[in-house]
Design a protein around this ligand. Structure first.
Ligand code: GDP
Length: 305
């Protein structure tokens, strides 16, 4: 992930080394290389345009600083702009002032929500919290069972319509996801869990029914955080998916999943940039421990390493 982007940018900056002063032509050539590297990494075109525009403007306006040579100065600017796009400061979960902190997960089917629910709850437990999971994905066959398995592995209780509820019971009143979400949060409150994570249904593509259901769940449980989980491998589709979810559920943070794959990283940068929402967590594998708090500054440094 980001390897090729990282190599390309490093090579670009290398060309500037030894230059005592940067001409406008030098800046333009560098910005052109940055543009190509970002496009090849699958960053969305408008995001690339805005990013390179800002880098160019700042590079041309940069004061001659005694401490930094021109190449270091451009690296610094690119670094700061990358951090900015990725959400600036590391964003922690906003905890509820009273009662359980409610975290809702949203995203397309296969994005990695259920897996994340397990990872997040295990991590929260290690931080001294007492999380509970709620299975509201009543759409996908076996989603409830999958969450129950994840819960068992993370040693976290799972609230479900009833154990092993399946797709075929969708019609059943107990299978109304909004009611399950509401009842799950209530159960967490009564059992004094301080965090409740609500897994919701996704579809293979954005569709109106799914979004309406997610919106109703959001309205019913009033979450402290709505995390939008996105598969880093989906490339250019990421932008439209993210915009649709942002409009639909107004998410508060982004989780990048499958960062262990050979994604070129563009989705990550694009989604954060077009929505202006911070990346909060990264999922880096199928195991429960393949999970990281996302630090924009560290990721930017990794890209520019
Ligand atoms: P959901 O439909 O959004 O709940 O997605 P799932 O959690 O079921 O994940 C879909 C598939 O992606 C499963 O096979 C997971 O094992 C896999 N998966 C989830 N997160 C990651 C990740 O970070 N890395 C990799 N390599 N696979 C993942």
């Amino acid at each position: 992930m980001f390897n090729s982007l990282s190599d390309r940018l490093t090579a670009t900056f290398k060309n500037l080394r030894g230059k005592g002063r940067l001409t406008e032509a030098d800046v333009d050539a560098t910005v052109r290389e940055i543009r190509r590297a970002l496009l090849d990494a699958d960053v969305a075109v408008p995001v690339v345009r805005e990013f390179t525009g800002r880098v160019r403007e700042r590079a041309l306006g940069a004061e001659v600083s005694g401490a930094l040579n021109p190449s270091q100065q451009i690296v610094k600017i690119v670094n700061e702009e990358l951090v900015e796009i990725l959400g600036g400061e590391t964003r922690r979960i906003r905890l509820a002032k009273s009662g359980p902190t409610i975290i809702m997960l949203a995203g397309l089917q296969g994005a990695g929500k259920t897996t994340l629910a397990g990872k997040l709850s295990k991590w929260l437990k290690s931080q001294g919290h007492s999380p509970m999971l709620v299975a509201c994905d009543l759409q996908r066959p076996n989603a409830v069972t999958q969450l129950q398995i994840v819960g068992q592995r993370a040693k976290v209780p799972v609230f479900a319509p009833h154990p092993g509820a399946t797709y075929t019971e969708l019609e059943h009143p107990a299978g109304d996801p909004v009611e399950v979400a509401r009842a799950g949060v209530e159960e967490a409150r009564q059992k004094l869990h301080d965090i409740v994570i609500v897994d919701t249904a996704g579809r293979l593509g954005v569709d109106a029914d799914m979004m309406e259901q997610a919106r109703q769940i959001r309205r019913a449980i009033v979450p402290n955080e709505v995390l939008f989980v996105i598969d880093s491998m989906i490339g250019q589709d990421a932008v439209n998916t993210a915009l649709a979810f942002d409009e639909g559920v107004n998410f508060t943070g982004i989780v990048l999943s499958k960062l262990d794959g050979d994604a070129r990283g563009g989705a990550a940068l694009s989604v954060a940039s077009v929505t202006g929402k911070p990346v909060m967590f990264a999922s880096t594998g199928e195991g429960l421990d393949d999970f990281e708090l996302f630090h924009p500054d560290r990721m930017a440094s990794r890209i520019l390493d």
